[in-house]
Design a protein. Sequence first.
Length: 402
Amino acid sequence: MDFDIVEYQSRLEKTKSSMEKRGIEVLLITDPANMNYLSGYDAWSFYVHQMLIVIIDEPQPIWIGRFMDAAGAKAKTWMYDENIMSYPDYYVQSENYHPMEFIAEILEQIGHGNRAVGVEKEQYYFTAKSYEVLNEKLPNATFKDASQLVNWVRIIKSPQEIEYIRRAAKIAERSMYAGLKSIHTGARECDAAASIFFELVRGTEEYGGDYPSIVPMLPTGENTSTPHLTWSDQYFKEDNSVIVELAGCYKRYHCPLARTAHIGQAPEKLDRLAEIVAEGIDEVMSTVKPGIVLEELEEAWRRATRRYGIDKESRLGYSMGLNYPPDWGEHTASIRKGDQTVLQPNMTFHFIPGIWLDYYGLEMSESFLVTETGVEMFTDVPRELLIQSPFQLPDGSDGIIS
C-alpha cells in the first residue's frame, strides 16, 4: 500500500467526524480520488459503477464494484477481504439492470436501508440514473448531499502525501524541459506532446511517473488567447508563442506547472506581460502564510497588477493533490475574491494566473505548499517568458537559449 494502515484509519476517523456533524450515518463514495484516499484502491475501473461505503459505526469501509475488479480491490486496499463485494457482469452497461440496485440490496441486507445516507451529487462519476435508482430502491433512507465531504478532509496533507507531491514536482520539471526542448520551428506539436508524455511516465532514475489526470495542454500562436487547448499535428512556426501546461504525477498525487515559450524574438507586449505576471506571482507568494484567508491572496494579486490595467475574471488557483481524470484539482478551496478558507500548514495549491487577451495570452503557474511560517515552492523553473531558438541545431538538441 502507498500509506501505512494507521494513516488510512486516521483519514477514516476524520471523515466519520465530518459525517457526524452533517447528520450522515452512511456515506456512499463514488469519486475515485476519495475512494483511493480512504481505502487505497487504485485502478482504471472508474468507467463502470463502483462505490466505497463508509458506515459511521463500522470499523472498516465496504468496497463494491465489478466482479472482475474485486481481486484488484483486495490487492490494493487495507480492508478485510470480506469487505470487498462485487456485482455480476450483467449489471454492466445494461438496459435492464443497474449496479445501484445491487448496492441498495446490500445496504438493506446489512440493516442500513433506513438511515441517513450521504451521496456525492456533485462529482463526475455519480450519475442522475444512480441517484434515481438509489431513491427508488431505498425508500426508507434519507438522502443528504455529501459532495465535497471527503474532499475537505483531504485539504490538509500528511508528510507522506507532501513527499509524493515533491516527487511529482521533479517529474513536472523534467517533463516541462522535455516539452520546451521539442518546441522549435519545423517541429510538430504532437511531437512536443509525445516528449512530455515520455518524461511524465518515465519519471526519474529513483522513481517512475503516473498518468496525470489532465493531458498536457499546448495552445499555440493565436490559440494562446484561450486555455485548455491540447496539441495538433501542425508545425510550430517562428514568431509564435506556445503555452505548456502539465502536471507531474506520482501515486496519483499531482504537481501542476505552466510556462509560456516564444519561438524567436518575443514581441515587447508579451515580454512585458510576462514581467507583470511574474511580479504578481512574487507578490502573492510573499503573502502566503498560515492564518490568512485565500481572498487575501487574490487581493495581493490585484495590488500588484491593477496599476498595469490587468483584469482577470477567472479564479487564480485552487487546492490540488490526489485525483483521477478529468481533473487534478480537489474541488474545494479557490484563490479568488470571497473565498474565506483559512490557510493552514500542509495545504497545497496550484496558483495559475493565466492571462488570455484577444490574440495572445500567457500562462505562468506555481504549485506551492503552505508551511508553518510561509510558503514552499514545489518546482524550480525560471519564472519568465522562455525564449526558444527558431531553428533546430545540427545536433537536434534545440531548447532554451535565454
